[in-house]
Write a protein that binds this ligand. Sequence first.
Ligand code: PGA
Length: 248
Amino acid sequence: MRKKLIIGNWKMHGTLPFVAEYLGALLQGFSPIKHADMVLLPPYVFLADTAKHLKETPIKWGAQNLAAEKAGAYTGEISGEMLAEFGCHYVIVGHSERRTLYHETDVEVFQKLTRAQEAGLTPILCVGESLTEREQELTFATLDRQLALLLQADVQKLEKTVIAYEPIWAIGTGKTASPEQVQAVHAYIRAKITAINADLANKICIIYGGSVKANNAKTLLAMNDIDGALVGGASLNPQEFLEIYRCS
Ligand code: PGA
């Protein structure tokens, strides 16, 4: 059976006092669930503090982005190796905010995925259609395009990857995709992987993101192919994030 994975993406939120208060509250309310892992993705500058608080706990942490290059003259960038030094286990690649606001292409996203794996990190590859694409029935075509490089690569790249389906129209909008809509997309993604390697398809973790809250997590996480949640806004409240984790 696949474990559930509940990931909190803080985006560009927080302060040092917030981190201390948040992690204190989280650890106070946290009791590990055997079949579910919890992961926090704070901004880079809070990774050291996060690591200090979480290092003796089962909660893992990671980052929201990494450089497409290994090292060198790339002012302002952070490499996968640097993240690994801070004890990161996971890193997001291809979040729709990066694709839209910073014009990251599928090729760049795949480079980042490769860099993450080289550094021993598990990439969380975000895919998902815009509202226009959904309305024009281009959801599956969009996913095909976003997954093409991953599915053409060697199987090893698939092995240590989390796929996060995040329909853009559901992110930060309060409009959650229905459990049935999400299930249909996740089943589609898993079927594509089955065509390459059935055993791997059975193991790969496909999570959903887009306005996941404590009040909708249970029905989403109950679906067959929804292996977890990538939580933005609601992960900023430790009590709500704990409640989502408990829905696993
Ligand atoms: P949201 O964000 O939960 O605030 O919709 C999800 C995400 O962007 O990962």
